[in-house]
Unconditional design. Sequence first.
Length: 260
Amino acid sequence: MNDRPVEMCAFGTAAPPVETQKRREASCWRLLNILSSFLLPVWREETFVSANDVEGLFGRVARRDSFDWFTIAGQLGYPSARLAAAIAAEIRALSAAIKDRDRDAFADARKVLLELPTRRCVYAFLKRKKIADEPKAGWIFMLANSESELISAGMTTRTVEHRLKEINRAADVETTFGIYRCWRVSNPVRAENIVIEALSKSGCYQAPASVAGKRLDAAIDDSGLEIRTLNALGSLEERHLWESFPRHFFGGFRKASSRR
């Protein structure tokens, strides 16, 4: 028996159990199979389970409220929260359309999912595709300690996990940080200045993570520097697709109920 203490993962960075990962991968393959045909598939219970699994992956990235949300974001190719929310909503609508035998709603949801980089994110999750990165891009991160309400925000051109480890090595055990927000940005130096101005003159202060997160979400959104949002798709070679994308998607996403 291994009596060594279990090392707790920082918030956002937990790894999924092996069986959970296998189930999620199987669900991803089933969703890809559904999207590959314009025909309304026969409703099966496993269809609902698979759609729910994949919707949950994108939903966790959108909400950023689980211990594995940033791990999942990396597996999906780091879609932004707004993009992940849009994809989750369309998968939910697709599943409902299949169950209700609604061909028009199914065709609508499928069309949007194909226009969104859904398949690219899912293929990245399945390790069949690697998302192209952008030259000179970097990360803006917001780390937080839920107990002390201590916030640490800044910029890195390396990985966020590497910066998290550096900060936690220098912190007390009681003030261990987790990843509560992350934005991939095209100009990290400029974006960091915007973050500092939005919060305070230092990159560290005390406030509820939800309050600080909303403040930074708004500041980054207004800056137009975030990559992999609905109006700035991460893959440069596919960015032209957004020139004709419906404007009603920007700043939000359609809810499944709006299709009724």
